[in-house]
Unconditional design. Structure first.
Length: 475
């Protein structure tokens, strides 16, 4: 007889990934307001909403004016659809086995699907026949990225096959820009030229293309001429624009922990594996129970600081030694008054800083995992609906578009559910009123950009690497 072992109870884990959904709503609205007239915004919520929680990020983006949602995997699209988020959903990454298993249900839900080859088009057409519903497809054109998508020479065959199949409706064409985060790189203009020429050739074979889209966050912020029918911002919605911008974009994820141990050490004390750091003078060290198994990049060892929140205020402390699997050490300084139990902010945003006496019991914990079995008398935790939609969510499938009409590029945001499904997003005026004001002498809050610089990577990787071991909270 096997005995199920419960997963960790998030109430007893000191680490937290605190998601400020109002920041996602705010960022979406700011970007929407910057778009050309008649351009719709597709909020990209792939990779579990860049580590912020796919469903909560999607709802927050729709509240901010997003009229499309984009995810890589069809399973994610199905979860969004069955959660009752009633805007068009677009999905683009699948392989034959997964396609055979899930695409019929995805087509039945009205999700719009990318095809980048004749083989992919056939997968979608077969799924549409099983679902007995015409599939809406967007042809992915490889204009130089070299990943998914058909090379221009292959488009005539795809267009012909799409035109002849009664279960396929060509809804759009799209591409992905490989260097839009460098506005001086001529590759972007080259890709646009290839895309426009390819679209003309595709239209000659398959008829009009209702929707064209190619702008990611970087192109959305720097190239208004590329807004076209839809833009697809991702990382910008979460507060980390990949290019310089005047837009007020606020980080939405704050990673926190607490000091587990504080101790005084003499000069000459080595710290961590490989004794890469030695204290130059007597100091006070703090132990933080979070490490690379929780998503901190080991490559950032010794290159970042954290914010320690003590009774005498907020102070930056340098991380020293190598980052370990489940712990890091920080140099608090010889005069520090920090104590075990004090909050540590690994990275985040000023608006996420709660008062030190904040009652944590008032914050909703939404762990990525729950106990598979609970001990007797222990309250059962609520599971994030992205992993297991409940019956009510299944019943609220999105409104299906008619086969005889094209989707409008701009849609009014629709209701994202009752108060039982998700908290409503605050009004934009409330968001602006909640903008934090830090004292002039405040040391500032570390950001995912800081960690990315130290690790030699990008903030995308920092945000999406925060482990499912770390419970999510929404504030």
């Amino acid at each position: 007889m096997s005995i199920p072992i419960p997963a960790e109870d998030p109430r007893h884990v000191p680490n937290r990934a605190v998601v400020d959904t109002s920041a996602i709503t705010h960022n979406t609205r700011v970007i929407v307001d910057s778009l050309r007239e008649h351009t719709a915004l597709m909020a990209v919520v792939k990779a579990d909403g860049y580590g912020h929680g796919m469903l909560s990020a999607a709802r927050a983006a729709v509240a901010g004016g997003a009229t499309w949602l984009g995810v890589a995997h069809p399973a994610s699209a199905l979860a969004l659809s069955r959660a009752g988020i009633e805007v068009p959903i677009f999905s683009w990454l699948y392989e034959p086995r997964t396609a055979a298993e899930i695409l019929p249900a995805v087509v039945a839900e009205g999700v719009e699907i990318s095809v980048g080859s004749l083989a992919m088009l056939k997968m979608v057409a077969d799924a549409a026949r099983q679902a007995d519903r015409r599939a809406r497809v967007h042809v992915k054109i490889d204009t130089g990225m070299g990943r998914n998508g058909a090379l221009p020479a292959k488009l005539a065959a795809i267009g012909s096959a799409a035109r002849e199949d009664e279960f396929i409706r060509l809804s759009g064409a799209w591409t992905h820009l490989s260097a839009a985060d460098d506005p001086e790189d001529p590759m972007t203009d080259q890709q646009v030229e290839i895309f426009d020429s390819a679209c003309e050739a595709l239209e000659e074979e398959a008829g009009p293309i209702p929707l064209q889209h190619l702008a990611n966050t970087a192109a959305t912020l720097t190239r208004r001429d590329l807004h076209r029918d839809i833009v697809r911002p991702g990382i910008g919605l979460y507060g980390y624009p990949p290019v310089a911008t005047d837009l007020d974009l606020r980080p939405a994820l704050t990673l926190t922990s607490r000091l587990a141990l504080v101790k005084d050490v003499p000069a000459g004390q080595t710290v961590g594996y490989g004794h890469r750091f030695t204290t130059p003078a007597p100091t006070r060290l703090g132990l933080v129970p979070i490490g690379y198994a929780d998503g901190l990049p080991r490559a950032a060892s010794g290159g970042v600081s954290v914010l320690v929140r003590s009774d005498d205020g907020d102070h930056r402390a340098q991380q020293v030694g190598r980052i370990s699997m489940d712990q890091i050490v920080v140099d608090l300084g010889s005069e520090s008054r920090a104590r075990a139990g004090d909050e540590v902010v690994l990275f985040g945003a000023a608006q996420a800083l709660a008062p030190l006496d904040d009652d944590a019991s008032e914050v909703a914990v939404t762990p990525q995992f729950v106990a598979s079995a609970q001990t007797e008398g222990e309250p059962e935790l609520e599971q994030e609906p992205a992993q297991q939609p409940d019956a009510a969510a299944d019943a609220d499938s999105p409104m299906e578009p008619r086969d005889d009409e094209e989707p409008a590029p701009e849609l009014e945001p629709e209701s994202t559910g009752t108060s039982d499904e998700a908290p409503s997003a605050p009004a934009l005026a409330d968001l602006d009123a909640a903008e934090p004001t830090l004292p002039d002498d405040h040391p500032g809050v570390p950001t995912a950009d800081d960690w990315a610089t130290a690790a030699g990577t990008i903030p995308y990787e920092i945000l999406t690497s925060v482990s499912n071991r770390v419970p999510r909270e929404q504030r």
